[in-house]
Ligand binder design. Structure first.
Ligand code: NAD
Ligand code: WQD
Length: 344
């Protein structure tokens, strides 16, 4: 494809976060090129992206872990300036059932990228990591210097392994790779147009899709997983970040790499709001902004849940100039608008 825009390869660009990042990249003047095998997304995401942007975006329907297929994409798309690597499996519970699939896909896709990128002189990588690497932290909020803990699931271990792999590759003598690891907190909500958003397959594991599906009548009742934690109202605390804010952090991260402003071969940033909200606060805020009464009850704790975690967002603000813009209330309103589009 011929374009004067700087090309960024976006693996997993048809997925929840990736689709929003594709939109923000294009609107910031880049040319996103999508790689996705639709293992956890649908073609309709592409229509949504195109409807928002008023243009098509190149898409390669390949498995990112397939090195030869990936090589074909780089050959077909000369002058890729950087890669944002979203493609991975992300369901914590499923990773316990199918650990090999998770290691193969999540670690395998990164290994394939790291093998092929240097063949085409591509030196800039943004990687999707997760606050799951902090486990149950000893102190809050967590900074990037907070020690990571052994992960409690195969999914979490894939993220830790991928971070380790990136560090080892960067430390090799002939290394040219520069990577920004973004540790996301809890992304929620959807694009304001409601043309793209999260498409959970089956029963959602995550809180906000479960809330919106309950309000829409698809689920009978939300169960809050425990109210006996050592938190102000007894329910878990998380840092819920609007997906468009999260998407924008990728644009500034890519820009930093392309501008050669990174001060280390691997830089790590928390991407969160810096504020924690409890499950009950999320439920009550949802009810207030949408006017929907939510059917919910308190149930037992969910095994493996972290009682409380939220980001110290200072480093991203100071170094990347990245600050979130969307309130919890507006994020939940956008999730509800998206749900109503789906329910139609
Ligand atoms: P998603 O499942 O919606 O998107 C991932 C996309 O990658 C999907 O479109 C899927 O089809 C594609 N994909 C998966 N494996 C592939 C492969 N081998 N080849 C090509 N395409 C492949 O997930 P998401 O929520 O958008 O998450 C994106 C990234 O962010 C993942 O790496 C995930 O682990 C990470 N992350 C997500 C969250 C979250 O709560 N959503 C939190 C922290 C980190
Ligand atoms: C949020 C809160 C639940 C559903 C997961 C992954 C993590 C990261 C983000 C990728 C918790 C409570 C939920 C429900 C509930 N993903 N809840 N009833 O657990 O913070 O993190 O997604 O990297 O790795 O583990 O997100 O949305 O599942 O839960 O009470 O039906 O909502 O207990 O406190 P979580 P979540």
């Amino acid at each position: 494809m011929t374009t004067s825009r700087t090309k960024i390869l976006v693996t997993g660009g048809a997925g929840y976060i990736g689709s929003h990042a594709v939109v923000e990249l294009y609107q910031a003047g880049y040319q996103p090129v999508i790689v996705d095998n639709f293992s956890n997304s649908q073609e309709s995401a592409l229509a949504g992206i195109e409807s928002i942007l008023g243009t098509t975006v190149p898409i390669y329907r390949i498995d990112c872990a397939d090195e030869a297929a990936l090589r074909g994409v780089f050959a077909a798309e000369p002058n890729i300036a950087g890669v944002i690597h979203f493609a991975a499996f992300k369901a914590v519970g499923e990773s316990v059932q199918k650990p090999l699939a998770y290691f193969k896909n999540n670690v395998g896709s990164l290994l394939a990228l790291l093998a092929v990128m240097p063949e085409f002189g591509v030196e800039n990588l943004v990687f999707s990591s997760s606050c799951t690497v902090y486990g149950i932290p000893d102190a809050l909020p967590v900074t990037e210097a907070t020690p990571t803990k052994p992960a409690s699931s195969p999914y979490g271990r894939t993220k830790q392994m991928c971070e380790d792999i990136v560090h080892d590759v960067a430390a090799a003598p002939d290394n040219k790779l520069r990577t920004i690891l973004l540790r996301y907190f809890n992304p929620i909500g959807a694009h304001e147009s409601a043309k793209i958003g999260e498409l959970p397959l089956g029963v959602p594991n995550n809180l906000v899709p479960f809330i919106t599906q309950t309000a829409a009548g698809i689920r009978e009742k939300l169960t809050i997983f425990g109210n006996d934690y050592d938190t102000p109202d007894g329910t878990n605390i998380r840092d819920y970040i609007h997906v468009v804010d999260l998407a924008k952090s990728h644009v500034v991260a890519v820009q930093r790499l392309l501008d050669h402003k990174a001060t280390d071969t691997v830089e790590t940033f928390n991407v969160g709001t810096g504020h924690g909200n409890s499950v009950l606060e999320v439920v009550q805020t949802f009810e207030r902004v949408t006017g929907q009464k939510l059917n919910y009850s308190i149930g037992p704790r969910r095994p493996g849940d972290v009682p409380a975690i939220y980001a110290d967002a200072t480093k991203a603000a100071e170094v990347l100039g990245f600050r979130t813009e969307t309130s919890l209330a507006d994020s939940l309103a956008s999730a509800w608008k998206w749900q109503q589009t789906l329910a139609k």
